[in-house]
Design a protein around this ligand. Structure first.
Ligand code: PLP
Length: 453
């Protein structure tokens, strides 16, 4: 057997940064690393309990079903499944997408749909299509941490609008849109994850959804609705997606099979009005020609079985229990100074700590105790979010959730005690009274108003 080539140490010296520095495109100066991707490397150690990822629990997918689908593909359509496919995706994949969107009351024209390599690529292609350096993109504060590197790499001027327990504060968006109109700067789009938001877990109220769609029409501004979690609702009544309220004139929709089936298949989609879609297709041709035909076949076979909704129901049951477990553990192990959201669906809880705690520093300490979370700063383009953290409850079992929260609670409590010892003061009001179940009250996330927009 031939020997593998030997990597010489000297080689790395010739690969010093200076050698290439003059070649980098301007945009690389503002490119940011994805906090979750970086963390994945650390949390890969088996002893680490990771509450950091956004991972659905793929161990719940029956291996026999997976094997049966792949065998069917091999027997029925091996040549096509191994071949390039159309850039827009197969018609049969679009039929599956229409079923998923139909389950939330949406009825897009199949011609307006493109199959993408995950929802992540859809966000990238939308930016590629719409955003020039310096263009304004508006999003939530906090926003999906994976969108931040995309907005940055297209050199967008990102404006973040605060969220509270009812999602993006539309009453704060209105004056921003007015101001930008006055400056003759039309934002390229407003990006929102209205249902069970990543990272905050909050859901935009119906009033705010309606108002956002009205504002989009009034200002002729596009809204990008990113909705990976809409079908993962554990409690409360379903709310109409922005796409449904708008009818698809001003709302570009992004969906994915990642959280309702598998992220490994890398299948997502975008729905956009034809003139926008035409450009998105050109962008996709340049990026990767087409989305994996093999995994499109997998989805086709899986949906043909007709049990995809049952599987989602089973996920909802599992994640609901895990959410409840995490909330119980937070009540037990986090100090009274902390607050957190109580999501009605999705995969994430957002915890807010006293302002003097930096969750980046806290993560370093937590990792020493073999537990991880995403520091809140990853969800902001500026310096905000330092005293908050994203906690995922879908990726690990209930025992690990309890233990993980216990360990994080311990490092948070240490910081609170240290602060008290150093300053001689109790940092915030005394612990709220315990309720009947003996648990501390939980404050909603930045809820500063009821009802209204
Ligand atoms: C809001 C949001 N958008 C997009 C994505 C990307 O998902 P994928 O590319 O796997 O479809 C995620 C994944 O966590 C997400 O939470």
């Amino acid at each position: 057997m031939p020997k593998p080539p030997h990597r010489r140490r000297a080689h790395t010296r010739t690969r010093d940064l200076e050698r290439y520095a003059g070649l980098f495109a301007e945009r690389t100066r503002v490119m940011r690393s994805s906090a979750m991707r970086d963390l994945m490397a650390v949390t890969a150690r088996p002893e680490v309990i990771s509450l950091a990822g956004g991972l659905p629990d793929t161990s719940t997918f029956p291996p026999q079903t997976f094997a049966a689908q792949m065998t069917k593909i091999a027997q029925k359509s091996a040549a096509e499944a191994l071949q390039y496919g159309p850039t827009e995706g197969f018609k049969e994949t679009v039929d599956c997408i229409l079923q998923v969107m139909g389950a939330e009351g949406m009825l897009p024209d199949p011609e307006d749909v493109i199959v993408t390599t995950g929802g992540q690529q859809a966000i990238d292609l939308i930016c590629k299509t719409l955003v020039d350096p310096g263009d304004v993109v508006i999003c939530e504060a906090p926003t999906y941490p994976g969108a931040v590197p995309v907005f940055c790499s297209y050199q967008a001027d990102v404006v973040q609008i605060e969220c509270d327990g009812d999602g993006m504060r539309i009453e704060e968006l209105e004056p921003v849109l007015e101001r930008l109109a006055g400056e003759d700067r039309r934002p390229k789009f407003v990006y929102s994850v209205p249902s069970f938001q990543n990272p905050a877990g909050v859901t935009m109220s119906l009033e705010r959804r309606r108002r956002l769609v009205e504002l989009a029409r009034h200002h002729e501004v596009l809204v990008v609705e990113d909705n990976p979690y809409g079908l993962l609702r554990f409690s409360g009544d379903p709310l109409p997606p922005l796409y449904q309220l708008d009818g698809g004139d001003f709302v570009i929709y992004v969906g994915t099979f990642s959280k309702i089936l598998s992220p490994g298949i890398r299948l997502g989609w975008a729905v956009a009005p034809p003139p926008v879609m035409e450009k998105i297709v050109l962008g996709k041709q340049a990026a990767d020609l087409c989305t994996s035909t093999l995994t499109q076949h997998f989805v086709r076979e899986y949906f043909a079985e007709g049990r995809w909704r049952e599987y989602i129901e089973s996920l909802v049951e599992i994640y609901r229990r895990r959410r409840d477990t995490m909330i119980e553990a937070l009540r037990e192990h986090f100090p009274a100074e902390a607050t957190w959201t109580e999501p009605e669906g999705g995969l994430f809880i957002w915890a807010t700590l006293p302002e003097y705690i930096d969750s980046g520093d806290l993560l370093a300490k937590a990792l020493r105790d073999d537990v991880a979370f995403v520091p809140g700063q990853a969800a902001y383009v500026d310096d905000r979010g330092r005293n908050s953290m994203r906690l995922n409850f879908s990726g690990v079992g209930e025992d690990e959730i309890r233990e993980g929260i216990r360990r994080i609670g311990k490092v948070v409590s240490e910081q609170v005690e240290l602060y008290s010892a150093l300053t001689g003061e109790h940092p915030v009001a005394p612990a709220p009274p315990k309720d009947e179940a003996g648990q501390a009250d939980v404050l909603p996330f930045h809820r500063t108003g009821e009802g209204g927009a």
